[in-house]
Design a protein around this ligand. Sequence first.
Ligand code: HEC
Length: 172
Amino acid sequence: MKNFVAGIAAALIVFTIAGWLYLELGFADLRANLPQSWLESKLATTALNASVVRHAQPQQNPIAPTEANLLDGARLYRDKCADCHGRPDNPVSDYGASFNPRAPQFMQAHSRLRENQTFYLIKYGVRQSAMPAWGNIMADSEIWQVVTFLSHLDDLPPSIQQELHQPAGTNP
Ligand code: HEC
């Protein structure tokens, strides 16, 4: 039994040193245009999902989906998010798709996160990815307006859909 435990401990030490040397000697290929390996993608997705579930406070969206809030949310999205996450006239952003991990394209597939989780991700961003911490730039009320906009992508009034076709910064 003693030898067995010593064998496991030795194997762990060898694997740890080999892993460290692999990184230290530059064998890891970190180009963004290479597909992620199955393991890398699985580890990152699992860690991100679990972290969001654990850390996002179970709060209700305080913003009502009025036309005024949806309009503000649409303008914020168009100006700050659409370059990476797509807009109706550019549903798959080449720019967003060039990151690794890629930016999800919300015009093609809506996020399956709950509203409090979406708020958390937007406010704090995602480490080691292109997703910024918008809480450094936007007020909580603005982030909730974008969350509300994203929750209503399927039933936006035509005037607000139209707003997404305007150039960034168009706020009459
Ligand atoms: C510079 C590019 C970039 C910009 C600008 C950007 N994002 Fe992101 N976003 C990303 C990337 C890349 C990810 C994927 C992160 C990951 O999977 O690790 C992401 C992930 C997300 C997610 C998580 C989606 C999911 O289902 O997992 C949400 C929500 C999100 N972004 C919303 C926004 C909003 C709202 C804005 C604007 C206020 C914004 N993003 C601006 C690049 C960007």
